[in-house]
Design a binder for this molecule. Structure first.
Ligand SMILES: *Cc1c(COP(=O)(O)O)cnc(C)c1O
Length: 440
C-alpha cells in the first residue's frame, strides 16, 4: 500500500508549539483529531499533496464498496447508545447525530482540507464568511481587541467594522506589510490578528512568519485567510499561523458552482469554532460537501496551471503600453523586496492591473474580451475579470480606494486553466481592438 492508514486512536492531539492566548491554556482535554468515522480514509500528512487531494478523507463505504464518498443527504441520524453517550460526554461533534452538528459528507472534505493544510482538524461551513465570522467570534471575548488590515476582503472588513464594535471587540486596521504598524497596534487586550496571505485585489504578500512572531510576542492568535494562495502555494500553519480560514467557494471548489467555507487548525480551536458555527447555523449542505470534495481532487493540478498562466499573463501585461501597472509577486520590484520566496509554492491565479485611461477605458477593454467572463468571484477553472471599483470596493470613496492603492482603471483578473496563449492573444486583441468590435 502506498500510504498507511493511521488508527483513529493513534492520532494524538498536538500540544506545544505556540500555546496561543491564555484563555485556551486550560483547555487540555485530550481529544482525537477529526471528526471521522472508522470508514474515512485518514492518511499520513507526509503523503504528497496530489495524493492527499485525491484520497484523503474518502468515505470507503463498507456496504457497497463505492469508490467515491456517498452523498449523505440526510438531516438526521438514528440515535443509539453512542449518540446518547456523545451528548452526555460533550462529544457530539464526533458522532453522526444531526447534520448541523456534523455529517459524514462534511467529514470527508474536512479530512481532505486538514491533510492538505498539514493539520489534524478542519471544519467546513456554508460560506467563507460563515467560516470567518465563526472563527473571529469564537476566538475573541467581549472587551478584547483585534488587529487586521484595511484591505481585507470586503465582507470581512464589514464584519470587523460593523459587527465587532457592537459585540465589544475593538478593531485596529493597519497595512499588513508594515510590521512596525502591526506591532504598534498591539494592546494588552489584543487577542487576535486577522490577515490575508495574499491580498485582494493588489496581491500584497505580507510575511506570515513575521506576523506570527508579533502574535506570539503579544500572546495573541494569528488567523489568516489563505483563499488566494490555497495550501498548494502556502501552508500558513507551518509558518506559525494558529488558524487558517478559506472561502472554499473559490480555488478549493474550483468550478464556480457552490458556496462553502473552511477553517483549519488544532482541534482545541476547531471545537470552539465548530460550536460557534453551530449556533450561527453555518452548516454546509451534504450535496455541496460532495461537490467540494470532488472539486478538490484536482486542486494541485488546477492551482499549478493557474500559477503558471497568471505569471505569464502578468509578464505580458507588464510589457504592454496600454497598461500602467501590474500587481503580481512574480514580477518582483520594490513591493515584493522582502518576499520570503521559499514559503511559496507559487502565487496563484490572480493578477490585477491598471488600464491607462481610467475606469471607462477599463470597462471598454473588459467588454472586448472574448474568453474571460465579466463576473465577480475567482478561483474557478474559467477566467473571470471584474473591476474592484464598481464591485468589491464600491462602498469605499475614491480617496479611500487610492489610499489602499486601488487606482482608476484597476482590473482584477482571475486566470483560469485555459490555454495561456489563447488568453494572451485575447488580452492583446482587446487592448488593441477597434471599439465597435463585438464580444463573442
Ligand atoms: C470570497 C472571499 C471571502 C468570502 O467567501 P464567501 O464564500 O463568498 O462567503 C473571504 N475571503 C476572501 C479572500 C474571498 O475571496
Amino acid at each position: 500500500m502506498l500510504v498507511a492508514k493511521e488508527s483513529r486512536t493513534a492520532i494524538g492531539f498536538e500540544e506545544g508549539r505556540n500555546d496561543g492566548a491564555k484563555w485556551f491554556g486550560d483547555l487540555t482535554r485530550s481529544r482525537f483529531a477529526g471528526p471521522v468515522t472508522p470508514h474515512h480514509r485518514v492518511l499520513s500528512r507526509e503523503v504528497s499533496p496530489e495524493t492527499l487531494a485525491v484520497h484523503a478523507g474518502t468515505y470507503e463505504d463498507p456496504v457497497t464498496g463505492a469508490v467515491g464518498t456517498p452523498v449523505f443527504q440526510t438531516s438526521t441520524f438514528l440515535l443509539d447508545d453512542a449518540s446518547y453517550a456523545a451528548f452526555s460526554d460533550g462529544t457530539s461533534r464526533d458522532v453522526p447525530i444531526y447534520t448541523r452538528y456534523g455529517n459524514p459528507s462534511q467529514w470527508s472534505v474536512q479530512e481532505k482540507i486538514a491533510a492538505l493544510e498539514g493539520s489534524r482538524s478542519a471544519l467546513v461551513t456554508s460560506s467563507g464568511m460563515s467560516a470567518t465570522a465563526s472563527t473571529i467570534y469564537a476566538l475573541t471575548n467581549a472587551g478584547s481587541h483585534i488587529v487586521s488590515a484595511y484591505d481585507v476582503y470586503g465582507g470581512t472588513y464589514n464584519l470587523l467594522r460593523e459587527d465587532m464594535p457592537s459585540a465589544g471587540r475593538e478593531v485596529t486596521f493597519v497595512d499588513p506589510c508594515d510590521p512596525d504598524a502591526v506591532r504598534a497596534a498591539i494592546r494588552p487586550e489584543t487577542q487576535l490578528l486577522f490577515f490575508e496571505t495574499l491580498t485582494n485585489p493588489l496581491l500584497k504578500a505580507p510575511s506570515v512568519r513575521g506576523l506570527a512572531e508579533i502574535a506570539k510576542e503579544a500572546n495573541a492568535l494569528l488567523v489568516v485567510d489563505n483563499t488566494f494562495l490555497t495550501p498548494v502555494n502556502m501552508r500558513p500553519l507551518e509558518l506559525g499561523a494558529d488558524v487558517v480560514v478559506h472561502s472554499a467557494t473559490k480555488y478549493l471548489a474550483g468550478h464556480s458552482d457552490l458556496t462553502a467555507g473552511a477553517v483549519v487548525g488544532r482541534r482545541k480551536f476547531l471545537d470552539r469554532i465548530w460550536a460557534q458555527a453551530l449556533r450561527f447555523g453555518g452548516t454546509l449542505e451534504p450535496l455541496s460537501a460532495f461537490l467540494l470534495e470532488r472539486g478538490m481532487k484536482t486542486l494541485p493540478l488546477r492551482v499549478r496551471a493557474q500559477n503558471a498562466n497568471a505569471a505569464e499573463v502578468a509578464r505580458f501585461l507588464a510589457g504592454h503600453e496600454r497598461i500602467a501597472a501590474v500587481h503580481h509577486p512574480e514580477l518582483g520590484g520594490p513591493r515584493y523586496a522582502g518576499l520570503e520566496r521559499a514559503d511559496y509554492g507559487g502565487f496563484g491565479g490572480m493578477v490585477s492591473f491598471e488600464v491607462r485611461g481610467g475606469d471607462e477605458a477599463a470597462l471598454e477593454f473588459m467588454k472586448k474580451l472574448r474568453i474571460p467572463y465579466v463576473a465577480t468571484s475567482l478561483g474557478g477553472v474559467e477566467s473571470l475579470v471584474s473591476m474592484p471599483s464598481n464591485t468589491s470596493h464600491s462602498s469605499l470613496t475614491a480617496r479611500q480606494r487610492s489610499r489602499i492603492g486601488i487606482n482608476p482603471g484597476l482590473v482584477r483578473f482571475s486566470v483560469g486553466i485555459e490555454n495561456v496563449r489563447d488568453l494572451v492573444r485575447d488580452l492583446d486583441e482587446a487592448l488593441g481592438a477597434p471599439a465597435e468590435e463585438d464580444k463573442r
